[in-house]
Write a protein that binds this ligand. Structure first.
Ligand SMILES: [Mn+2]
Length: 322
């Protein structure tokens, strides 16, 4: 019951919880005046469920200074840029998250970011790359989140963070110029995909991005998939790893309370295995658990999703079964 030896983190191992109770998604198109970003209580629920004590029990020093406070940008001051919805708000919040995560990694801490929607990864991964520019990213998700401002249908930025991190065509938007596109396609790998837009499929192919969909999880088993994923982004097992885990990668029967559930997802054990195997490498330097959204289901489903969320974080930080 303790974290693996890390070549990157000084002892005592310290986890810093970055709680981001915010969601920028808009389900239906509406005019700028009516637009409203939603508060997403997922991170608050995870902390209230005892996550800080749980991580302390498995050997971490845990820092948690309360949930992240967000700057307000009124909808009237934040009209669409092209198709992008809430662009200034998302940019400002994710830039602040990048700063917070960047400070934690500079301090030798492992940031555990709880979200909130996956646009937050623009911030978390930028923060990680500010200290570890050669870090690789394992993105566990039902969705690829790699639309560009040009390929997106919805305009929701939570479907685009990866394209900004890679600096793909169409992402050079002045409001997001703070993002340094340090990530390269060869240092990114997906696990769990099953709901990919046509435009995204094209991007994955064009940039030769390695992705293990649920088809490969079925075909090879999760053990082999994680090994192949690590071989791809981290062949020598010497690069820092940023694990960005969208709870919607899990099957909706396991984690029902999330913004965009897609059936046919990871089982409880498959999700945990990914976290355990990454932890075993000793190379984890940052972890995101996002899209736990308790406003979207009945009380029992919310409780189940929050419990799975806490359990995945524990697995990523070194809770072992034996
Ligand atoms: Mn996602």
């Amino acid at each position: 019951m303790s974290p693996s030896k890390s070549p990157f983190l000084p002892e005592p191992y310290t986890a810093s919880i970055v709680g981001c109770p915010f969601s920028f998604s808009c389900k239906t198109p509406f005019s700028a005046g009516q637009r409203k970003a939603g508060v997403d209580k997922g991170p608050i629920h995870l902390v209230e469920a005892g996550l800080v004590d749980q991580l302390t029990e498995i050997g971490w020093k845990v820092k948690f200074d309360g949930h992240h406070q967000f700057e307000e940008v009124s909808a009237a001051d934040d009209p669409q840029i092209g198709k992008l919805r809430n662009p200034r708000l998302v940019s400002r919040v994710t830039e602040a998250v990048a700063k917070a995560v960047g400070e934690h990694v500079q301090n030798g801490e492992l940031p555990v970011t709880l979200g909130g929607d996956h646009s937050l990864a623009m911030g978390t991964i930028s923060g990680t790359l500010s200290k570890y520019p050669d870090a690789c990213v394992i993105w566990v998700d039902a969705h690829a989140d790699i639309n560009t401002p040009e390929t997106t249908d919805s305009g929701n930025i939570h479907g685009m963070p990866v394209s900004f991190l890679l600096g793909l065509e169409g992402t050079k938007i002045p409001e997001f110029s703070w993002i340094k596109p340090l990530l390269t396609p060869d240092r990114l790998v997906y696990i769990g995909l099953r709901d990919i837009d046509d435009g995204e499929k094209k991007i994955l192919k064009e940039h030769n991005i390695k992705a293990f969909s649920m088809h490969e999880v079925d075909k090879y088993g999760i053990g082999k998939v994680v090994e192949l994923a690590l071989d791809h982004v981290n062949a020598k097992r010497d690069r820092p790893i940023h694990l960005s885990f969208d709870v919607d990668a899990m099957d909706p029967t396991v984690a029902p309370s999330t913004g965009t559930p897609v059936r046919g997802g990871l089982t409880f054990r498959e999700g945990h295995y990914i976290c355990e195997a990454v932890q075993e490498t000793g190379l984890l330097v940052a972890f995101d658990l996002v899209e736990v959204n308790p406003s979207l289901a009945d009380a029992a489903s919310v409780q189940a999703t929050v419990a799975v969320g806490c359990s995945l974080v524990r697995a990523a930080l070194g809770e072992t079964l034996l």
